[in-house]
Design a protein around this ligand. Structure first.
Ligand SMILES: [Zn+2]
Length: 187
């Protein structure tokens, strides 16, 4: 056995484990080989990546190691988004009571708040990344904002009053906020 020159990194060890575990088996003749596990690879199974053609197993392995968020990261992201949603709902409700310029302020503040909230969530769970963090965060923001920004508009609409149209301004705010949040969190 050769002496090791360097300690293998954790990433290299994980890679070696992945390579040993790769279940891919070409059921036919081929000259192509997987750039990761070096097993013979059928053209129909080959997936092109920046580092060469790889077998389907390594595409999945890469995706799952890229999205490494655990349940605790989802809980943190969900909690921050819920609190952010409540704050945004109260804020949007207050803004909507400003005469004349409320829609302008809403359209400016909504996206800014969404981006800021996305940054906050991203930083809180760093360096983890989750494939569905954006979805969870959006749902929690809407839930948080619902009582202050969405329910009043709905009850106004059901009551059929003309003022209900003004009540929709906070709803517009929630929509543009969530749009910005998704753009910030989707990877
Ligand atoms: Zn492979």
């Amino acid at each position: 056995m050769q002496p090791l020159k360097n300690e293998p990194s954790a990433a290299a060890l994980a890679n070696a484990a992945l390579i040993a575990a790769c279940p891919y088996k070409a059921n036919g003749e081929t000259t192509l080989r997987c750039a990761k596990c070096e097993r013979p690879l059928l053209v129909k199974d080959a997936v092109r990546t920046p580092t060469g053609y790889v077998c389907p197993y390594f595409v999945k392995a890469r995706v799952s190691s890229f999205y490494n968020a655990g349940i605790q990261h989802y809980l943190i992201a969900g909690a921050i988004a819920l609190v952010g949603g409540v704050v945004a709902g109260v804020g949007l409700r207050l803004i909507s009571s400003i005469p004349f310029v409320s829609i302008i302020i809403t359209l400016a503040a909504g996206p800014a708040a969404g981006t800021a909230l996305g940054d906050l969530i991203g930083r809180a769970i760093k360096p983890a990344r989750g494939q569905y963090i954006w979805l969870l965060a959006s749902v929690m923001v809407v839930l948080g904002a619902a009582y202050f920004a969405i329910l009043p508009a709905l009850s106004g609409l059901l009551g059929g009053s003309l003022n209900a149209l003004w009540g929709l301004i906070p709803v517009v705010g929630v929509v543009v906020l969530v749009g910005a949040l998704i753009r910030r969190l989707r990877l």
